[in-house]
Design a protein around this ligand. Structure first.
Ligand code: BV8
Length: 245
């Protein structure tokens, strides 16, 4: 994989960079991407069935246990060179806004300081009635209950639910005011996140995609780097550092 010289030049002149990451950047850490996250008991269920308020209302125990299993599966997982490179790239620009669809905290654990979580975080739990985050709860019943009596649920955004307004506003603002937008490890199918690179394009930004496969976004971008995030991002960082040396 080679990084086009023109892209390195564009990045060297950029002052504001925005990034959108998806499940693909955590794949090399061993976290299955969203659509193949359905292993074992859940192999026969559509994630868009389970990751919904209706799915939780229909079968709170199964949905709670699916998330509990996913939470357990990320306990020993480590950020990979893709996460690490993004944490270092953050320091190369005046403003660098990292927006993620992921709920695994790996960007924060890699040292990224400003992470906009569009879809919440699997390590947090909230009351399904009061919507407030609850830190300590007694395991035992599945799902456990809030002191108010309602079920607790993962603090993630399900299909059909609104995204956190402040996170979405920050992400849209970054997309509309950046010089370069990087779309990394996302199939660009889930909205409104998938709209962000298109907003950047209409605002005149250079849009770059990093993904081993083509996606719905590929035909719109100026640079499509077909490779793994854990390999392409460290290479991009090295070339950018060399160019500004
Ligand atoms: C909303 C948290 C308002 C939970 C998630 C029709 C048109 C437009 C919108 C809609 C529509 N019909 C319905 C909607 C709305 C819906 C939607 O977009 N549906 C899609 C499927 C069409 N969106 C919503 O409901 C959103 N809310 O719109 O509110 C509203 C309200 C009511 C009614 C309508 C609208 C909420 C969406 C958030 C859902 N929650 N996650 C959980 O995780 O359990 S989404 C979840 O799936 C992820 O967070 C992520 O966003 C998405 C998966 O996408 P990716 O991250 O891209 O992962 P994926 O596996 O798809 O792809 C991985 C990519 O990585 C691949 O391309 C692969 O090639 C690449 N890759 C693999 N390895 C690597 C790699 N890349 C680089 N390096 C590697 N090593």
């Amino acid at each position: 994989m080679d990084i086009p010289r023109e892209l390195i030049e564009r990045l060297s002149q950029a002052r504001r960079v925005a990034v959108l990451t998806g499940a693909g950047i955590s794949a090399e850490s061993g976290i299955p991407t969203f659509r193949d996250a359905l292993t074992g008991l859940w192999a026969n269920y559509d994630p868009q069935e389970l990751a919904t308020p209706e799915g939780f209302a229909r079968n709170p125990k199964m949905v709670w246990e699916w998330y509990a299993a996913r939470r357990t599966s990320i306990v020993g997982v480590r950020p990979n060179p893709g996460h690490d490179a993004l944490a270092r790239l953050e320091r190369c620009f005046d403003t660098f806004t990292l927006v993620t669809q992921n709920i695994d905290s790996l960007h924060q654990r890699a040292g990224s300081r400003e992470v906009v979580e569009l879809h919440g975080n699997i390590t947090r739990v909230k009351c399904s009635l009061e919507q407030r985050v609850v830190s300590d709860f007694a395991e035992g019943e599945s799902p456990p209950r809030c002191p108010c009596g309602a079920y607790l649920r993962p603090d993630v955004v399900w299909f059909g639910e609104m995204l956190p307004a402040d996170a979405l506003a920050r992400a849209e603002d970054a997309a509309e005011h950046c010089d370069v937008f990087l779309s990394i490890g996302t199939s660009a199918q889930v909205y409104p996140a998938a709209e962000l690179p298109l907003r950047a394009l209409s605002a005149g930004a250079t849009v770059v995609e990093i993904n081993p496969e083509r996606t719905a976004l590929t035909r719109h971008v100026q640079f499509a780097l077909q490779g793994l995030a854990g390999e392409v991002l460290p290479l991009l960082l090295d070339k950018l550092t060399a160019a500004s040396a």
